[in-house]
Each structure stands twice: as structure tokens, then as C-alpha cells.
Design a binder for this molecule. Structure first.
Ligand code: WT7
Length: 647
């Protein structure tokens, strides 16, 4: 669990009242519209209560706002618990909903993305252009033999072609697995091998915050060890010299050069429950798990929450600053915004490059109305002072959001004051790679409390319980759970259904997220952080095990333990304890070498901020390192139950 983040400030602040857009009135006899017509939407609590009693009507209504090749026969099925299905029998393609259906509406000529690169270069891409680019790449991939069900790995910088890659793969009914561009070669090959990907799409390289990332070079290293890969497609982002392996590697532009611009590759009509993507995330033990999301339910859940949380309007310029390598980018850069036909900003660089007003400069120049970012970014920028946002006209903004980790009230207040001119609502959104969509967040109708993600989304039965699943009641801490599946919940862990089951079995019959939380008298939730060995560095998830396996693969290290420690900017940082092998002595040089080793085997995110050489580590009798004990000692907290400790 994260340290004390200062959650004592619980003053209620009323957000401005605005009506969010209910789903189109064109939906006949729509239950939500009928409810809103009779009761209005002033009272979120009343609507939420209605949604719990009308769960399936709610989701049917929302699903009808999207295009289906064939309607579903059954909204929900839960016969083989904890496995379930939504929109059973429906035929759907999420890409049809992101692109094709807009081609008959004014959205066609609307900007889909304003893109800004690391050095400030820009591109503007309309929905029609995105449609053309996607069809062309889909054809190119088809020519390489990619077909329905195949897995395609995407290891790319944040450029429009990255979005196109996801859409082209999904259009064909193939399954994408995006690997964050900051991961190292072995992390890339592990994921490619687990997914058994046939093709990888990458780039020659890119700059991020002025630093060169040699994507193709790293990919080459990874591909030495990936028997399933047949082809690598390489975008010339920089035009630098890279090695191209005859017969395997092909440049993106060459793949497309003979494909006419008006080529159309029809969307593959997918079963609702067919795979859309696999996204790897860290668990508390073992290797990263491939979280599986499907076409239909995922599409409906993400479409809906984008509408509700961000209160989407026609003339919005919406900006999610996340990376597509994480679920936030999948759901709220690519699929949610595109299904809603909204104009987005896409950004390749970092908040502080070249100066700490980069974000605010973009808000001003593109007249951004909605910004969705991370507490880490806000805390990082806070340090540079209020003068940086003050340099810019931020008056276009009407809604703020955060995601990925708890936001401390101080950062919340700074965000609201300096970016939100003391009046804009902040959507603190709680969710996970596994949940696919936002589950707990305010809508613009609710009173806010700094540091609280407030209330569950419609139909979401979130609760705080003890280990037996019994509600703890107000103001007591416990485990955050959800009692009923929602459409965009993960369906399984790729190749490991047993591991999926643990989510529903750790606490009987409910989905256990791995977080601790409290709930107050008004039902407001405060998420306090992970209760497992997942470390959240700048909102990104790292498993202790991943870092430890990297450490023990270094010749000097016999044993290692990694823990998360509270960090004023990053939320948590990594501290490692290592036991050296005989013949090795602690030294500054060795510390540097070990850090570099972690960087090159896992990635920059995992590099420990602190490293301690230890003579021994606390273990259970069966030899398991007790990170909980190490962490408690490190933070000066009570060690708790040590009955299994090897004395
Ligand atoms: C974990 C999930 C949500 C998409 C990006 C991260 C933490 C997430 C919040 C929030 C407090 C949060 C939880 C959760 N988390 N959002 N608003 N307040 N904590 O997805 O990498 O799967 O991580 O992030 O600990 O379990 P993820």
C-alpha cells in the first residue's frame, strides 16, 4: 500500500452544473432517455440507483448508440462463472464505429488528431484521412498474410501511424498487442513470444524529450529470440540508417507504395466476444500477464464512459496525455474518442521538454477543452512553480481529469487553481488495465472532494470489503471490489485462464482489484494504492518479480528484493536490496552497472532510485522473500504478522 498521501482534506467542492449529453434521442424507447426526460439528470445518485436496477437496459441503450453488423441475442451470460459474456451473438467491429460510420456524417471532415512531435513539428489528420490511412495499412498487412485472429505486436512512438496500426489490425479482425516504447528488448521479446505474434510494427527510432530511442535496433535484438515473427514493418520516423533484414523487414512506406489511396478493406464482422487486443501488465507474482479485451463489450464500455466522464461535445478538443503503450491510451486516446467522433490532441514528447510549460503551450495553441493527465505529471510540474501555467491562456479548458494513481489533495488543489482557474471540475478516474474502462469517477454532475475518485459509474457496484467480502461500512479501510461484471472487463489472461480466476476467487464471488480503499458517509471512495507487490512508478505498473529477475540475471547478484517507496513526485519509486555473490564487493561502479542492467533488460521505468547491499533478506520458511516485512521496516511501520517468517 502506498504511504500516507494526506487524505485528511475532505471538504466538498461543488462543481459547476452542466448537463452532459445523453445518448442520442434517435434511439427509440431508449430507457436512459426516458429516465432523463422524466427525472432529469441533476441528481446523479438517483440516476446511479436507477442504473443498478436497470443494468441491462442501461448497457443495451448504450450499445444501440453503436453500429452492429448483426444484433446480439442475449445481453449478458454468466453461466460459467467467473467467465461471462456480453452482447452474445452480436456481430461488431470497433473500427467500423471509430471510422466507417463517420464517413456518412459531418465528422468525416473533422480533425481526428492534432499531432505534435518531440521537436514541436505538427500534423493535422481528419477522420477521412485516418480512414484512408487505416484502409491502406490494413491492405498492406493483408498482403503480408495477416488475417483474423493473428497477433500483431506494435512497438512504436506516439505518432499517428501508431493509431493507424491499432485500427488496421483490428479492422482485419487480428489482435494487437502494443508494447510501450520505453520497454527494453527482452521485455519486447517476452511479450511477442507469449502472444505468438506473427508481425511486428515498429519505427526506425524517435526522440522523446530530446533523447534518441533506437526502436529498430532494440527490435532487432528482441527478434533474435522470437520464432513466430515473420515480418517487421518499419515506419521511417527519423529517416536514420537502420539495419533491415532481407525477407523479414519492410519499410511502412514501401509496403503501402502500390496500394491506391481509395483502397477499402471492409471491416471484418467480429463476434462480440472475439479478441480485440492483448495488453501486458504486471502482477504481484510471476511474469507479466496478457490481459484480454474483446471487440463488443470493450467497445460499448469505452464508448459509454468517454461520453459520461468527459461530457463529450461536438466542438471539444480533447487531450489525453497518456501513451498508447498503456491501457489509458488504448481506451481514451484511440477507441473512446474515435467512437465518439471527437477531435483529439496526440503528443510525442514530455511535459518538461524543452520547458515545463509544454503542456500549457499546447492547450493554448490547440484550444484544448479537456485535458486528461496523471498525478505524476501534475506533481512534477508543481515543482517548477505557478509561473509556467500563468504564461498561457488556458481559458479554452472546461474539464480536467487524472488517472493512474492516487492524487493527493495538494496536487488536486494546485491543478484546479492553476490549470482550472479555481472552478473547473476534476475527474479523478479510477480503473485498471483489467477493467478496460473507467469504473469510478465523478461525472460533471457531482460534487467533488479533492483526492477522491468519488462515486462509481452507472451500473458499477463498487464496494469496500474485508477479506470475506463483507462491507466494512463508512470510514474504515478495506479492499476495493466490484460485484458484477461490466461490458469492458477483461475476459481472461491470455493462455492462462487459471490466473484470470484468481481475480474472482481471492475474495469470494467478487472482482478484487488489488487496491485498498475507504468509503465515507456519502459513499465517496478514496483509493489508497495496491495491497500486493505491484509498484506504481509514475502511475505505471511494475511487478517486484520482474525487477528481481532482472537483478538476479546480473552475474554479481545472488538474491534480490524490490519494493515501492512513497515518492513526492512519482507516487512511488523502486528500492532494491541485493545480496552479492561471493567474490563481489559493493561499490559505486557496481551500483551504476546494476542500474544500467535493469534499464537494458526491463526498461528505464524499472531502474531503482535506491539500491542497498544487504547481508540477508527476511524469508518465509519455504524460502519466499517477504517484501512486506522489508517494506514495513524500510518505512518504519509495524511489521504485522510474521508467523511464517523464518526466524
Ligand atoms: C492501478 C491500475 C487506470 C489506467 C492506468 C493504470 C491505480 C489507477 C487510480 C486513481 C488511485 C489509481 C490503482 C489500480 N490507479 N487510477 N484514480 N486513484 N489509484 O492502469 O497500470 O492497470 O494500474 O492503478 O492502484 O489498481 P494500471
Amino acid at each position: 500500500m502506498s504511504g500516507n498521501l494526506g487524505f485528511e482534506n475532505t471538504d466538498t467542492i461543488l462543481s459547476e452544473n452542466r448537463i452532459f449529453a445523453p445518448p442520442s434521442d434517435a434511439i427509440e424507447n431508449a430507457n436512459i432517455t426516458a429516465y432523463m426526460k422524466s427525472k432529469g439528470f441533476d441528481d446523479y445518485e438517483a440516476f446511479y440507483k436507477w442504473s443498478l436496477e436497470n443494468r441491462f437496459e442501461f448497457w443495451e441503450d448504450m450499445a444501440k448508440g453503436l453500429h452492429w453488423f448483426e444484433p446480439w441475442q442475449k445481453t449478458f451470460e454468466w453461466t460459467d462463472k467467473p467467465f461471462f459474456q456480453w452482447f452474445v451473438g452480436g456481430k461488431f467491429n470497433i473500427v467500423y464505429n471509430c471510422l466507417d460510420r463517420h464517413m456518412q456524417t459531418p465528422v468525416r471532415n473533422k480533425v481526428a488528431f492534432y499531432w505534435e512531435g518531440d521537436e514541436g513539428e505538427t500534423r493535422t489528420i481528419t477522420y477521412e484521412q485516418l480512414y484512408t490511412m487505416t484502409n491502406q495499412l490494413a491492405k498492406g498487412l493483408q498482403n503480408l498474410g495477416v488475417k483474423k485472429g493473428d497477433r500483431v505486436a506494435i512497438y512504436m512512438p506516439a505518432i499517428p501511424e501508431q493509431v493507424v496500426a491499432l485500427l488496421a489490425v483490428a479492422r482485419l479482425g487480428a489482435v494487437h498487442t502494443v508494447i510501450f516504447g520505453g520497454f527494453a528488448a527482452s521485455a519486447l521479446s517476452d511479450r511477442i513470444n507469449d502472444a505468438q505474434a506473427k508481425v511486428v510494427i515498429t519505427a526506425d527510432g524517435n526522440y522523446r524529450g530530446g533523447k534518441l530511442i533506437q526502436l529498430k535496433h532494440i527490435t532487432d535484438e528482441a527478434l533474435q529470440d522470437t520464432p513466430t515473427i515473420e515480418k517487421a514493418v518499419v515506419v521511417r520516423r527519423l529517416g536514420i540508417d537502420v539495419s533491415m533484414q532481407e525477407g523479414r523487414d519492410i519499410y511502412y512506406d514501401e509496403l503501402l507504395k502500390d496500394i491506391p489511396e481509395d483502397t477499402i478493406v471492409p471491416c471484418e464482422p467480429m463476434d462480440s466476444e472475439d479478441l480485440l487486443y492483448i495488453l501486458y501488465t504486471s502482477g504481484s507474482t510471476g511474469r507479466p500477464k496478457g490481459v484480454v479485451h474483446v471487440q463488443g463489450g470493450y467497445g460499448v464500455g469505452v464508448y459509454t464512459t468517454t461520453k459520461f466522464v468527459f461530457d463529450i461535445k461536438d466542438d471539444d478538443v480533447y487531450w489525453c496525455t497518456a501513451d498508447i503503450g498503456w491501457v489509458t491510451g488504448h481506451s481514451y486516446i484511440v477507441y473512446g474518442p474515435l467512437m465518439n467522433g471527437v477531435t483529439s490532441v496526440m503528443f510525442e514528447s514530455t511535459p518538461t521538454y524543452p520547458a515545463p510549460d509544454r503542456l500549457w503551450s499546447i492547450v493554448e495553441r490547440f484550444k484544448v477543452t479537456t485535458i486528461y493527465t496523471s498525478p505524476t505529471a501534475i506533481r512534477g510540474l508543481m515543482r517548477f512553480g505557478e509561473e509556467w501555467p500563468a504564461k498561457h491562456d488556458l481559458s479554452s479548458l472546461r474539464l480536467l481529469g487524472t488517472v493512474g494513481e492516487p492524487i493527493n489533495p495538494e496536487a488536486w488543489m494546485w491543478y484546479r487553481k492553476n490549470i482550472g482557474r479555481n472552478e473547473l471540475p476534476i475527474m479523478d478516474t479510477w480503473w485498471q488495465t483489467e477493467t478496460g474502462m473507467i469504473l469510478i469517477s465523478p461525472t460533471i454532475r457531482q460534487p467533488l472532494k479533492p483526492g477522491s475518485a468519488t462515486r462509481p459509474m452507472p451500473t458499477i457496484e463498487a464496494d469496500v470489503v474485508d477479506k470475506n467480502g463483507v462491507s466494512v461500512g463508512s470510514d474504515k479501510g478495506g479492499f476495493l471490489v466490484v460485484r458484477h461484471p461490466w461490458p469492458s472487463q477483461m475476459r481472461t489472461i491470455y493462455g492462462d485462464p487459471e490466473r484470470y480466476k484468481t481475480y474472482w476467487e481471492t475474495i469470494p464471488d467478487v472482482y478484487f482489484a488489488g487496491d485498498a480503499a475507504t468509503i465515507d458517509k456519502e459513499g465517496y471512495l478514496r483509493i489508497q494504492g495496491r495491497v500486493d507487490d505491484v509498484i506504481k512508478v509514475s502511475g505505471h505498473r511494475l511487478g517486484s518479480m520482474e525487477i528481481e529477475s532482472s537483478l538476479v540475471s546480473h552475474p554479481a547478484i545472488a538474491e534480490a528484493a524490490a519494493i515501492g517507496k512513497p515518492d513526492p513526485v512519482k507516487g512511488e519509486h523502486v528500492k532494491v536490496f541485493v545480496i552479492l555473490r561471493n567474490g563481489f564487493e559493493p561499490s559505486e561502479e557496481l551500483v551504476k552497472e546494476i542500474k544500467l542492467h535493469v534499464r537494458t533488460t526491463v526498461g528505464a521505468l524499472a531502474v531503482p532510485d535506491e539500491l542497498e547491499f544487504a547481508p540477508s533478506l527476511p524469508k518465509t520458511r519455504s524460502g519466499k522473500i517477504m517484501r512486506r516485512v522489508i517494506r514495513a521496516k524500510e518505512l518504519g511501520q509495524e511489521v504485522g504478522d510474521t508467523s511464517t517468517l523464518d526466524a
